[in-house]
Design a protein around this ligand. Structure first.
Ligand code: PSU
Ligand code: MN
Length: 308
């Protein structure tokens, strides 16, 4: 059988870095195609990539373009993904179909993890992973991101889980599926837009080096899950929980009134919250994602130093 690699197009800079065992950080594309509007998304994508380069790390934004898996995008490809309005949202479930039908789409956390791992990348930074939705008791809506985290060994940096979700249930799920969750310089799980959720964490790491060491030990005992690094947004960029909660509730109510389900739920809620907060949540989303990208770069850098 042909290897999946025939469907891969690895950017030359990423390929050289991987070949020479230099640090590479994976970045996802759904956040830019469906989570942040144009033109803030292209600005964010470029800022994220140059922040990674500042640390001497090669960024690898992942997406599927005309049925080909791209690991590392050029400017034109970033422009297409951020400015077109017919970009698919591709989770793991959709990858094979996207290849077969030669579709162009942005990869979610689950698909990005799966493809980054296939390409040999160990660390990935996003905004906030998907998780258990608040009315999951009725809808069964639980993100594929959690399943991928349970069986793909890499470090994923996220500002907790998106606050539109049921945070305690998501944490229970992460525990059930043996996914280590470490607070980065915090004892509390972050709540995406807010610095903390009020839920305590059992494990904490204070330095990128410690996270790198943790991942090395995780791999030494052949554990197959990812390690989720919960990195809170800074207090100066956060929207306090008591302020954002009422907008989240309003957006959730509209979502169920309009009968929005499946893949459309998360983009709808994020967009509505941007409108309801008059753009404030967008600023916070960008700040927390850049904060994660920075930590991701620091972790992969340490990892490459230790592994030498
Ligand atoms: N983080 C953000 N904005 C986003 C996402 C994450 O700051 O738009 C995306 C990720 O790609 C994540 C997806 O995988 O939302 C979750 O979608 P769903 O709930 O449909 O699984
Ligand atoms: Mn879902």
């Amino acid at each position: 059988m042909n290897s999946i690699k025939i469907h891969f197009s690895i950017n030359p800079k990423v390929e050289t870095a991987l070949f020479k065992n230099r640090p590479v950080l994976a970045l996802e594309s759904t956040i830019i195609a469906h989570g942040i509007p144009y033109p803030e998304n292209i600005k964010f994508a470029r800022q994220a990539e140059s922040l990674v380069r500042k640390y001497g790390v090669t960024p690898a934004t992942i997406a599927i373009i005309n049925g080909k898996i791209h690991v590392g995008l050029n400017n034109k490809q970033l422009e297409i993904l951020t400015s077109s309005n017919n970009i698919e949202k591709i989770a793991v479930q959709d990858i094979a179909f996207a290849i077969t039908q030669e579709l162009t789409g942005a990869t979610t956390v689950s698909a990005t993890m799966c493809l980054a791992h296939l390409a040999g990348i160990d660390v990935f930074a996003t905004g906030g992973i998907g998780g258990v939705h608040r009315n999951s008791k009725n809808t069964y809506d639980i993100s594929q991101d959690l399943i991928e985290l349970s069986h793909t060994p890499m470090v994923v940096v996220s500002a907790g889980v998106k606050a539109i979700l049921d945070i305690p249930k998501t944490l229970e799920y992460l525990e059930t599926f043996s996914i280590p969750v470490v607070g980065y310089q915090t004892n509390e799980f972050p709540a995406f837009y807010s610095h903390s959720s009020g839920i305590s964490l059992k494990t904490r790491c204070n330095t990128p080096e410690l996270v790198a060491q943790l991942f090395i030990n995780h791999q030494k005992i052949d554990l197959q899950s990812a390690i989720l690094v919960a990195n809170p947004v800074s207090k100066s960029d956060e929207i306090p929980k008591n302020v954002i909660d009422k907008y989240i509730d309003a957006a959730l109510a509209e979502c169920s009134e309009k009968n929005i389900i499946g893949k459309k739920v998360t983009p709808f809620l994020l967009k509505r919250i941007v409108e309801l907060t008059d753009g404030q949540s967008l600023k916070t989303n960008i700040a927390l994602a850049l904060n994660n990208v920075k930590l991701g770069a620091q972790i992969v850098l340490k990892l490459s130093e230790i592994e030498i």
